[in-house]
Design a protein around this ligand. Structure first.
Ligand code: GRG
Length: 296
């Protein structure tokens, strides 16, 4: 199966699961459910849940068993996008090709919709379906790991340094900290979650963690590049906003060519860690290559 096919089938699979787990938008109080559904169903590549599934399958697990966890990571990701777009943070107007959540529902509901998606993610990470399929110590380990990855020593930490670095010249170490933490930690945690939930052996978990670390950083470097080079209608969000905000980015520090080379090297090194999985890791290899080739 080609990368495009794997990703498109994966997206359809996750999209239908999202609908199953989300409260109807007619449920009281209607405004919050409408706002959550608006952003979660606005599109999106569903890369993070697909990574959970691909890691599960690389270690011989079954995607049905871990589905609520895979959906949970998309809820977490969507919460970060809603909050990241707020006037107090990036103040963006466009996301996934649509007006941002606060533009449609107002800031108060947008903040609450992000909070609710994060809360709902924890509901899903402790879903009864998972409890029946996964040993409790594994479920606890995956949920704990995810919590660390999205907290102040992970994603939130990266976001804080990102904001505090706006308009400043940052050194390479700070830039790497921002990208690894604000974006890489969640990506790596998705891959680790799939492996942990599906009883990965120690050496398998270590290999997948290394792969996740490399491709997580590469993903954000490519995101920086796309902010300069992409077609806005394809990207689905404002292009050029990093430059406008004086954000710390790889192209700003190294130039476009060098930034691309760094991303390519990271993906190549990441894929090399997958050797032990033989053919079962082919989707993970393809996803790594897609991270470099993507135009949106
Ligand atoms: C708690 C106030 C508050 C804010 C949280 C933590 C945070 C804000 C934001 C996280 C940082 C962030 C949004 C990083 C960007 C990551 C990124 C490149 C997102 C785009 O991911 P894609 O391309 O998007 O996978 P789709 O739309 O395809 O899902």
């Amino acid at each position: 199966m080609s990368a495009a096919e794997y990703l498109s089938k994966g997206r359809d699979y996750i999209d239908s699961a999202i609908c199953n787990y989300m409260p109807e938008e007619t449920v009281y109080p209607v405004s919050i459910h409408k706002s959550m559904i608006y952003s979660i169903l606005a599109g999106g590549k569903r890369l993070r849940p697909i990574l959970v599934i691909a890691a599960t399958e690389a270690v011989g697990g079954n995607r049905e068993d871990i589905l609520p966890f895979a959906v949970a990571v998309e809820y977490i990701h969507t919460y970060t996008l809603i909050h990241d777009d707020l006037p107090a943070l990036d103040n963006d107007d466009l996301r996934r090709g649509k007006p941002t959540n606060h533009k449609v529902f107002g800031e108060a509901i947008a903040i609450l919709a992000g909070d609710a998606l994060l809360t709902q993610a924890f509901y899903l990470m402790t879903h009864s379906g998972l409890m029946n399929a996964v040993p409790p110590e594994r479920l606890l380990q995956a949920a704990h790991d995810m919590t660390v990855a999205i907290g102040t020593s992970g994603m939130i930490g990266g976001q804080v340094v990102d904001i505090e670095s706006e308009g400043k010249l940052v050194d390479a170490k700070t830039l790497e900290y921002i990208h690894v933490h604000k974006t890489g930690c969640l990506i790596k945690a998705c891959i680790r979650a799939g492996a942990i939930l599906s009883q990965a052996k120690t050496e398998e978990l270590e290999a997948l963690s290394n792969y996740g670390e490399q491709i997580g950083l590469a993903f954000q470097i490519v995101d920086d590049i796309l902010d300069i080079t992409a077609d806005e209608s394809l990207l689905g969000k404002d292009v050029g906003s990093d430059v406008d905000k004086g954000k710390a980015t790889y192209p700003a520090l190294y130039g476009l060519d060098e930034a691309r080379k760094k991303a390519e090297k990271l993906v190549e090194e990441g894929i090399a860690y997958l050797e032990i999985f033989k053919n079962r890791a082919e989707p993970l290899r393809e996803i790594g290559r897609f991270f470099l080739q993507r135009t949106f």
